[in-house]
Design a protein around this ligand. Structure first.
Ligand SMILES: Nc1ncnc2c1ncn2[C@@H]1O[C@H](COP(=O)(O)OP(=O)(O)OP(=O)(O)O)[C@@H](O)[C@H]1O
Ligand SMILES: [Mg+2]
Length: 444
């Protein structure tokens, strides 16, 4: 593998992979948060989802089933010279993301034809869709009022039935007029005569137009998030398919990033929870690798295997690769087990860097995600969000790049504010003590 791999030149973007064989340690969440923070500051950032689970893509509004061509299809399909050549096929699958005024992330493409869940994520709220459907199709309200489902759900379920019926007609090789009759009958039946195919189509067009207007408004009020290279579900077969397709399968991503590197300041790669061909691709493409883990026995055990693989990549295929450090994540500070684990890891210091900032296990991080946001976007002032800035400062001190200074300033402000809060709290406690002493003297 080593002998044929060309050295990537004109380095610009700093490429960092987040890897750990252990699942659930926070690789994806940390990747998503780092790229969100750097994009927020105006840096050119790319997140690469290299995990067939597609969670990084999902956090940014792209689904692995509906995404179509993805980073994986490109790695699978093209030879190294095409990947790093002037036509740069990777650029084709790049996706934009946006962050709206309430800190929610979405994909800005026109939603027509997508499922209800995807449309909802784009236009922001169920209420907005409901209002549109009720305005366009007031006669559906009778049904909606009678049953447990909102008008928009009834609308989309009929839409899905039509799509399935069209598929059936196609399979049966129906003539155009047969299909028309079949669909018309279906709509008349489903809407108990309120709609025909023609009036349904007209109403659908109005709904699409209104949703599109709403999306345009949301886009206008949003700021750019990071760019994204999502992955498609087929990447689950990477270990067989990628190896079958390419003799030197481990260098595909490195070649593919060749042309993209000058377009970005930072590139972060989210790896799958196993050491397989996609993780190897990430380790061969990156300059730095970060290992998130919770300080528990199994995590520490898993890390040893990963360290071997990193060393092997450094020796054989990617001498530029450096271990940036270990991130202690999801730490439960009241658990003795975690305290001991963290202390043991830190005692290795010197062999492997462990970042000082620990990310505590906390529910607001998860709540933000379920709200299609990230804690650093929708709860910027919380201590939990602030911890990620302190961590990013430490990470940038290792990997470098243009954001280092501004992130240090932000971290300084956070530390100063924390100090002020601490002093205020101490002063309050002091006053309380004096009051207590005075009161007890009075009583005496
Ligand atoms: N600081 C935190 N506190 C509590 N929960 C967290 C925290 N960070 C992440 N999580 C949650 O932990 C779970 C695992 O996180 P995540 O998906 O980022 O891990 P992962 O290493 O990428 O997992 P996988 O190996 O499956 O890809 C998610 O449900 C996530 O919301
Ligand atoms: Mg993950």
């Amino acid at each position: 593998m080593h002998s044929t791999m060309t050295t990537v030149q004109n380095l610009q973007a700093i490429i960092t992979a987040l890897a750990n064989e252990k699942g659930g340690v926070g690789k994806t969440t940390l990747t998503a948060i780092f790229i969100a923070m750097l994009a927020r500051l105006g840096y050119r950032v790319l997140g690469i989802d290299l995990d067939p689970q597609g969670h990084l893509g999902l956090l940014y509004g792209y689904h692995r089933i509906t995404i179509g061509e993805s980073v994986y299809s490109i790695l699978l399909k093209y030879k190294p010279d095409v990947l790093s050549g002037p036509r740069a096929p990777m650029k084709r699958v790049l996706k934009k993301t946006l962050v709206d005024s309430s800190g929610r992330i979405f994909d800005p493409r026109q939603p027509t034809g997508d499922g209800l869940d995807i449309v909802l994520r784009k236009v922001s709220s169920q209420e907005q869709i409901e209002t549109i459907v009720r305005a366009v199709a007031p006669d559906l309200l009778d049904n909606a009022a009678a049953g447990p489902f909102p008008a928009s759900t009834i609308w989309y379920s009929i839409q899905q039935k039509i799509t399935a019926a069209l598929h059936y007609c196609d399979e049966q090789a129906f003539e155009a007029d047969e299909t028309e009759t079949y669909i018309n009958d279906l709509i008349v039946k489903e809407t108990t005569g309120r709609y025909t195919a023609e009036t349904w189509q007209q109403a659908q067009e109005r709904i699409d137009a209104e949703v599109w207007t709403l999306l345009q408004q949301r886009i206008a009020e949003s700021t750019p998030g990071p760019d994204l290279l999502p992955i498609n579900a087929g990447a689950g077969e990477a270990d067989t398919d990628l190896k079958k397709a390419h003799e030197y399968w481990g260098g595909q991503l490195r070649h593919a990033l060749h042309r993209l590197q000058s377009d970005y300041d930072y590139i972060f790669i989210d790896c799958p929870p196993s050491i397989q061909s996609l993780t190897i691709n990430a380790l061969n493409a990156a300059q730095f690798v970060c290992i998130p883990l919770t300080p528990e026995t199994l995590d520490l055990e898993g890390m040893v295997g990963l360290l071997d693989v990193i060393e092997q990549a450094q020796r054989q295929t990617n001498p530029d690769l450096k271990l940036a450090g270990i991130i202690l994540n999801k730490v439960q500070s009241t658990w003795k087990l975690h305290q001991d684990g963290a202390r043991d890891l830190r005692s290795w210091e010197g062999a492997v860097r462990v970042f000082n900032t620990e990310i505590k296990r906390n529910s607001p991080v998860v709540t933000s995600i379920s709200n299609q946001s990230l804690i650093v976007l929708d709860q910027q002032e919380s201590d939990y969000a602030r911890a990620y800035w302190l961590l990013l400062e430490e990470l940038l001190a290792v990997i470098g790049g243009p954001a280092q200074e501004v992130v240090s300033q932000i971290a300084d402000t956070i530390r100063k504010e924390a100090q002020i809060r601490k002093e205020k709290k101490q002063a309050k406690q002091q006053v309380k003590k004096i009051e207590e002493v005075t009161a007890s003297r009075k009583r005496a």
